[in-house]
Each structure stands twice: as structure tokens, then as C-alpha cells.
Design a protein around this ligand. Structure first.
Ligand code: HEM
Length: 206
């Protein structure tokens, strides 16, 4: 993703979030691609474990009453059940749920920005799953577009986040939450694909 410099006076909170996290995003994007998650179904199955960990850890936030009051309809957006079904589609059992992310509501907004935004790049990932014979009804349910359409859904989410009145400390917390979310994702990719990422590095050194 190309970084767009944003002035601190930018009124859209989500644009400020995008500018504050573009390095983290690009790093995660590159790491995921280096893991070659779409090489075959077995490897994609491991990618699903990363997704399960991320969406599983956020499930409590999607269910949280305070956050649902801030973002009406939030509880219907969790992709955990779809990831679990994708894992079953590949003939495996979903692992136990990971520890829940426990953060204050402002930081939670940053985690949710990261999770919902990941659905935009998922258009690209979804296309790759088709080469594996997977789609929105088999194995790639959680990467499918929202029924409203990816762009429309994102626009509505951004507008809800942008519309919240937050104080200065909370603004900083939202950004810290989003950065922590990208870092957590990165850590899990590194853990799940550790051996392969190492091999890739060794191979590239010849
Ligand atoms: C190979 C992996 C990935 C690729 C190729 C990718 C690609 C993209 C692209 C192209 C966009 C912009 C889409 C648009 O503006 O229409 C985007 C947005 C975004 N992606 Fe990713 N992405 C990847 C992984 C992730 C992951 C793993 C996360 C979160 C853990 C994530 C979080 C986001 C967020 C939050 C946005 C919204 C940025 C904004 O407009 O504010 N992405 N991604």
C-alpha cells in the first residue's frame, strides 16, 4: 500500500490512523507474502491459523456492549465463525480460542480499525484462494466481501469511527491500539511460518 502523508490537522481519524500505521501495514503485508500462504492448501491452512488467532483474540471486542454502543452492528462483523468454518472446510479442527485482547475502549477502536481494514486487502487474498479451488462457500468464507460490498462497508465503518468524540489521550490510545494489533498479527505470522520464513531468507542468500 502506498503511504499518503497526512497532516496532524486531518479531520478524518481513520486517515490519521492509516498514516500512523502504514509502516506496520506494509511490513505485515510483505511478511504474509513472504510466507507464500497460497502455494497450496496445506500452507493456506496454516495461514488460516494466523487468521483464527487474530479474529479469535478480537472476538470479545466485537461482543463488547460499550463498543457496540459506539459502533452499532459491530457484533455482526466478527469473522471468527467464518474462519472456523474455513478451517473445517479444509478438513481440520479449529484450534482452541486464543487469549482475548483486553484493552480500554479507545485502544479497542485501533484493534478494530486494523481488523476491519484488513477486509480491504482481503480482496487480493481472496483472488489467490480461487487458484486453490476455494471461494466464499468453501475455505475462503472469511475473506469474502461484506454483503454490502467491501468499499461500502468500509465507508460506513470509517464514518462511524470518525464520528466518535474522543479526547486527546483517547486519540493517542486508538493509534497505539492499531499499532499493537499489527504487531500481534506480525508475531503470529512469524510464529506459524517460522521455519519457512527462515528457509526463504537462507535461500535468498544462496
Ligand atoms: C498480503 C497481505 C495484505 C495485502 C496485500 C494488503 C493490501 C491492502 C490494500 C491494497 C489495501 C488498500 C485497499 C483500498 O484502499 O481499497 C489495504 C488496506 C488495509 N489493510 Fe491490508 N493487506 C494485507 C494484509 C493486511 C493485514 C494482515 C492487515 C491487518 C492485520 C491489514 C490491514 C489493513 C487495513 C487496516 C487497511 C485499511 C487502511 C486504510 O485505508 O485506512 N492488511 N490492504
Amino acid at each position: 500500500m502506498i503511504a499518503v502523508p497526512v497532516s496532524p490537522l486531518e479531520t478524518s481519524r481513520c486517515k490519521r490512523l492509516k498514516a500512523a500505521t502504514h509502516r506496520e501495514h506494509d511490513s505485515v503485508d510483505q511478511l504474509v507474502m513472504a510466507a507464500h500462504p497460497f502455494e497450496d492448501r496445506a500452507r493456506y491452512g496454516r495461514f488460516l491459523l494466523v487468521q483464527h488467532h487474530f479474529h479469535g483474540s478480537l472476538h470479545g471486542l466485537y461482543e463488547d456492549p460499550h463498543l457496540n454502543a459506539w459502533l452499532p452492528g459491530l457484533s455482526s462483523l466478527s469473522r471468527l465463525a467464518a474462519v472456523e468454518q474455513d478451517i473445517r472446510d479444509l478438513g481440520q479442527l479449529p484450534p482452541a480460542l486464543p487469549a482475548r485482547v483486553k484493552v480500554d475502549p479507545a485502544q479497542a477502536l485501533g484493534w478494530l480499525y486494523c481488523s476491519e481494514g484488513s477486509n480491504l486487502g482481503a480482496a487480493f487474498l481472496f483472488k489467490h484462494t480461487q487458484c486453490l479451488g476455494l471461494d466464499e462457500s468453501l475455505g475462503a468464507r472469511h475473506l469474502a466481501a461484506h454483503p454490502q460490498g467491501r468499499a461500502q462497508h468500509w465507508k460506513a465503518f470509517v464514518s462511524a469511527i470518525d464520528g466518535l468524540a474522543l479526547d486527546e489521550q483517547q486519540e493517542a490510545d486508538v493509534i497505539a491500539g492499531a499499532i499493537a494489533a499489527f504487531e500481534a498479527y506480525r508475531t503470529k505470522v512469524t510464529e506459524v511460518f517460522a521455519a519457512d520464513l527462515h528457509t526463504t531468507t537462507n535461500t535468498s542468500k544462496g
